[in-house]
Design a binder for this molecule. Structure first.
Ligand SMILES: CC(C)(COP(=O)(O)OP(=O)(O)OC[C@H]1O[C@@H](n2cnc3c(N)ncnc32)[C@H](O)[C@@H]1O)[C@@H](O)C(=O)NCCC(=O)NCCS
Ligand SMILES: Nc1ncnc2c1ncn2[C@@H]1O[C@H](COP(=O)(O)OP(=O)(O)OP(=O)(O)O)[C@@H](O)[C@H]1O
Length: 233
């Protein structure tokens, strides 16, 4: 299975690109959705975050008030690191489970949409790594209008991530999304040719997917042995 890494800056257009991949029948693992599930009321992540940040971050229904928590962590690097540290194990295991499910369904290509792919060092598991890039001004304008926030809040969010130009330097493929949606669609057709090509052995080994496959194989083997053949392990 080829695991394609998709990343970029906040509001650079990852979700928009993901939708185009999905329209081509390629499944997406979206880290933002996994992270949202990890913070739902009553989960382990929710408990840890409420213990650390206090119940002032909760809405009356007990769910986390996400815009409020966002304002706290995007204006304070220490609190952001704390939140990242608390949620990281739940997010990684959620992503792993999603990949495993798609692998078991026999998908040959999947896209892993992770805003913090480089920061979390998950790029090593993916090949190729696609970075959706826009210039800072376009990014700021799109973020302000999408999230209906002030320029100051938008700048805080942008600065909370590795600079987009550094991500661009680390990319195998850069999708420049400063143009129109039609331009983006056209660019994607070239990318699809690379993504749909089977992995070579060296790509397989270098992207650590060999290790992932071996691990997944063992996990599934143990599950089958325990639950179907009732072996004692
Ligand atoms: C702070 C939270 C509650 C704000 O929620 P909100 O619904 O307003 O935003 P949402 O989750 O949709 O994130 C929007 C974008 O913000 C950026 N972002 C989110 N978390 C972080 C972070 N910790 N550091 C840098 N950028 C981040 C990403 O580009 C993401 O796509 C939420 O983002 C969160 O729980 N973040 C920590 C978990 C995490 O690291 N998520 C990123 C997935 S790898
Ligand atoms: N080529 C484009 N032209 C005009 N608007 C665009 C284009 N690409 C994306 N957008 C818009 O820009 C905004 C940000 O795009 P999107 O939500 O896909 O970014 P993202 O990288 O997924 O953001 P996040 O990191 O917050 O998840 C959205 O409102 C989207 O509709």
């Amino acid at each position: 299975m080829r695991i394609v890494g998709l990343t970029g800056g906040i509001a650079s257009g990852k979700s928009t690109v993901s939708k185009l991949f999905k329209a081509q029948g390629i499944p997406i693992v979206d880290a933002d959705i996994v992270a949202r599930d990890a913070l739902k009321k009553g989960t382990g992540g929710w408990k840890k975050v409420v213990d650390a940040f206090g119940d002032g971050i909760l809405q009356p229904d007990g769910e986390v008030d996400r815009p409020n928590l966002g304002r706290i962590v995007f204006s304070n690097p220490d609190k952001r690191q704390l939140l990242n540290r608390l949620l990281a194990p739940y997010i990684s295991s959620g992503i792993f489970q999603e990949i495993l499910k798609l692998w078991l369904k026999g998908h040959k290509v999947i896209v892993l949409d992770v805003p913090l792919l480089f920061e979390a060092k998950m790029d090593k598991w993916t090949n190729p790594v696609i970075v959706v890039w826009v210039d800072r001004e376009t990014q700021l304008n799109r973020l302000v209008s999408r999230d209906r926030i002030t320029e100051e809040e938008a700048n805080n969010k942008i600065d909370a991530q590795m600079p987009l130009d550094s991500k661009k330097d680390k990319a195998d493929i850069v999708i420049d999304n400063t143009g129109s949606l039609d331009d983006l669609n056209e660019h994607l057709q070239n990318v699809l040719r690379v993504v749909n090509r089977p992995l070579t052995w060296s790509e397989f080994v270098l992207s650590r997917q060999g290790a992932f496959s071996a691990f997944a194989f063992v996990v599934v083997g143990v599950f089958v042995a325990k639950n179907i053949f009732k072996c004692r392990l």
